[in-house]
Ligand binder design. Structure first.
Ligand code: PRP
Length: 181
C-alpha cells in the first residue's frame, strides 16, 4: 500500500516491500552467523522499527544493544565528528557485532561507529542498513547488507523522522519540501 499521508509526495518503499526484503535479509544473516554468537547493535532512534522487524524475522538467537549518537555540525549536514549520547551496556570485545541502521546518507556516522567498535576489539563488525543513498556518500563504507538503494531525496517513515514526526509511518516516502522549506 502506498503512503497516504498528506505531507508525503511519493512512496519510495511500501510496507509490503520492506517486509519481503527483511525476510530475505534475515535469511542471509541467519546463514552468515549460523553457530556463532551475534550482538545486534541498533542506532537510535531511526533503527527501532528495523531492529524490531529484522530480529524477529531471524531464526538464530540474538542479543541486542543500542547506541545513540549525534553528529556535530549544523542542521542536517553531517560533519563526521560524532558524539555518543548513549553508549552500549555491553562489552563488545571478542563479540560478533552487526550494526543495524535505518539509513546511510553521507556514511559519516557509520564510518565513525565502525571504527569505534573495532577499537573496542570486537571480533567482527558488519553493517546491515535498510536504506542507502549512494549519491549522498562522502566516505566509502563496507556495508554487508543493504535493503534498498534510494535516490538522494528527503525521506521519512519506518523510523526516519523530520522534527521527530513521521517515524511511525509503515513505509518510506519523500517528504514534501513545503514541510521543511
Ligand atoms: C540518521 C540515521 C543515521 C545517520 C545517517 O540519524 O539514523 O544514523 O543519520 O547519516 P550519515 O550517513 O550522513 O552519517 P539521525 O542523526 O537523523 O538520528 P535519528 O536516528 O535519531 O533520527
Amino acid at each position: 500500500m502506498h503512503l497516504t499521508h498528506p505531507d508525503i509526495t511519493k512512496t519510495l518503499v511500501t510496507a509490503e516491500q520492506i517486509r519481503e526484503r527483511i525476510a530475505e535479509l534475515a535469511l542471509e544473516i541467519d546463514q552468515a552467523y549460523q553457530g556463532k554468537d551475534i550482538l545486534l547493535i541498533g542506532v537510535l532512534k531511526g533503527a527501532v522499527p528495523f531492529m524490531a522487524d529484522l530480529s524477529r524475522a531471524m531464526q538464530i538467537p540474538t542479543k541486542q544493544d543500542w547506541m545513540a549518537v549525534s553528529s556535530y555540525g549544523s542542521g542536517t549536514i553531517s560533519s563526521g565528528v560524532v558524539r555518543i549520547l548513549k553508549d552500549l551496556d555491553t562489552d563488545v570485545k571478542d563479540r560478533n557485532v552487526l550494526i543495524v541502521e535505518d539509513i546511510i546518507d553521507s556514511g559519516l556516522t557509520l564510518s565513525w561507529l565502525t571504527a569505534n567498535l573495532k577499537a573496542r576489539e570486537a571480533k567482527s563488525v558488519e553493517i546491515v542498513t535498510l536504506l542507502r543513498k549512494p549519491d549522498a556518500a562522502k566516505v566509502a563504507i563496507d556495508v554487508r547488507w543493504v535493503g534498498f538503494d534510494i535516490p538522494n531525496e528527503f525521506v521519512v517513515g519506518y523510523g526516519l523522522d523530520f522534527n521527530e514526526n513521521y517515524r511511525s509511518l509503515d513505509g518510506v516516502g519523500v517528504l514534501s519540501p513545503s514541510v521543511y522549506s
